[in-house]
Design a protein around this ligand. Structure first.
Ligand code: G3P
Length: 215
């Protein structure tokens, strides 16, 4: 299972890369806005870190506009994956970009039939937003189960990239279902390693070690 860091913050991305557990980066307009910096400057610095695939989102809502933005984004380097919202105009753009060999990440996916369309359009990745479904009392992980089932039925190559991850259980269930990727906020990456019994056990080991006669 690949872990991408879901952030446009260079400090967080560097910390995730230093852990050696990060296989890529996903950004979106809200994450970029949080940095308070120009998108091109942020993207240039992320590319320079060579983190693996880097999802950079278009903001046009028409196919031609998306294609134009995709051209600008892919000029930053071969690691760029163009993030496209799951709307009709976006599906048209994905089809055309796929034909040109451009990698795409279809985002803002909230249903299995949307994911089916993205796979048929040739998307490289599909990003179902599990946390936002949970927020409206649906079960986001059930969507991941449905998408993995459909993609397996038809051997679609589109990779399931679980997004809007809010806590370690999203990562656990994604791994058990067999999702290809989870894009994870840095805070959650840190939570994955934490367990109170590990801390308690280590504290006890070190305390007991103090009692061991030293040479
Ligand atoms: O990659 C998509 C992710 O950033 C959305 O997360 O928490 O805004 O639903 P969230």
């Amino acid at each position: 299972m690949k872990f991408f860091i879901d952030s446009a913050d260079l400090g967080e991305i560097k910390k995730a890369l230093a852990l050696g557990l990060c296989d890529g980066v996903t950004t979106n307009p809200s994450l970029v806005a949080k940095t308070g910096r120009k998108f091109d400057d942020v993207l240039k610095e992320i590319v320079a870190l060579k983190p693996g695939p880097i999802s950079a989102e278009v903001t046009a809502v028409d196919c031609d506009g998306m294609l134009k933005e995709a051209e600008h984004l892919t000029a930053f380097g071969p690691d760029i994956v163009v993030k496209i919202p799951l709307i009709i105009e976006g599906l048209k753009a994905v089809k055309l970009l796929t034909a040109r060999g451009v990698k795409t990440n279809v985002t803002l996916c909230f249903s299995a039939v949307q994911a089916l369309l993205a796979a048929k359009a040739g998307a490289t990745y599909i990003s179902p937003f599990v946390g936002r479904l949970d927020d409206v009392s649906e079960d986001g992980m059930q969507l991941i189960e449905q998408i993995v089932e459909i993609y397996t039925n038809y051997q679609f190559k589109t990779q399931v990239l679980v997004a809007s991850v809010r806590h370690p259980v999203h990562v656990l269930r994604s791994a058990r279902i067999g999702a290809d990727v989870a894009t994870i906020p840095y805070k959650v990456i840190e939570q994955l390693a934490q367990h109170p019994l590990t801390d308690k056990g280590l504290k006890q080991f070190l305390a007991d070690w103090e009692k061991v006669p030293k040479a």
